[in-house]
Design a binder for this molecule. Structure first.
Ligand SMILES: NC(=O)c1ccc[n+]([C@@H]2O[C@H](COP(=O)([O-])OP(=O)(O)OC[C@H]3O[C@@H](n4cnc5c(N)ncnc54)[C@H](OP(=O)(O)O)[C@@H]3O)[C@@H](O)[C@H]2O)c1
Length: 189
């Protein structure tokens, strides 16, 4: 049990990452499923635990530095190490907005979650990931963030946030070169 890998997933209460939590736990990883809403997160964890899976809940709002700090303290105290961080949590509220109609409040909110969120969480947890023999950060991106996919209209802020997340992924991967931690992006769907 002591050798089990420890995985943190952000926004794990539903969608893509809820399935990822189940798959990782089934593969023998101890999963810390985090969610910004305590009751939604606990409900998701209860379901997975009722299937006999090693999944634990911790509250985390990735836009709140204090909340990120609490998670960091909890992980340090309980495990003193982290093996996998999946930066999954994101919002998409701009389906019909173009670069000409997009308001800066919408862009700021989406940046705060989709780009600053993964940055905040990664910066806080890299010291624990460095204690793993093979720490892994996976940023959940989208083909919408690919520079080759900027045509077609709509989703202006979402595209910008995911393009920025892709840049962060490459920059942090380079900054961690030579350590035990690798950083990659994955695009579901
Ligand atoms: N679904 C797709 O087809 C698709 C395709 C390409 C990329 N992606 C990417 O895959 C990831 C998951 O997508 P999804 O479709 O599964 O999304 P989703 O169903 O909308 O779930 C998003 C999750 O993020 C959480 N979240 C939002 N803001 C948060 C915050 N400030 N702090 C903590 N958690 C927060 C949500 O919590 P609440 O439940 O409290 O709102 C929810 O758990 C995203 O990064 C998305 O951009 C998805």
């Amino acid at each position: 049990m002591a050798d089990k890998k420890i995985d943190v997933v952000t926004g794990g209460n539903k969608g893509v990452s809820y399935g990822a939590c189940r798959l990782l736990a089934e593969a023998g990883v101890r999963v810390v499923l985090t969610a910004r809403d305590e009751s939604r997160g606990s409900e998701a964890v209860d379901k997975l635990r009722s299937e006999g899976l090693d999944v634990h809940f911790h509250q985390l709002d990735i836009t709140d530095s204090k909340s990120v700090h609490w998670l960091e303290l909890h992980l340090a105290k309980d495990f003193n190490r982290l093996d996998i961080l999946i930066n999954n949590a994101a919002i998409l509220t701009d389906r019909s907005l173009s670069s000409l109609t997009l308001d800066l409040d919408t862009l700021t909110r989406m940046m705060d979650t989709n780009m600053y969120g993964p940055l905040r969480v990664s910066q806080a947890l890299v010291p624990l990931l460095e204690k793993s023999p093979a720490g892994r950060i996976v940023n959940v991106s989208s083909w919408f963030g690919s520079m080759a996919e900027m045509q077609g209209g709509g989703y202006a802020a979402y595209r910008m946030t995911k393009a920025a997340l892709n840049a962060l992924t490459q920059i942090m991967a380079d900054d961690l070169r030579g350590t035990s931690v690798t950083v990659n992006a994955a695009c579901p769907g």
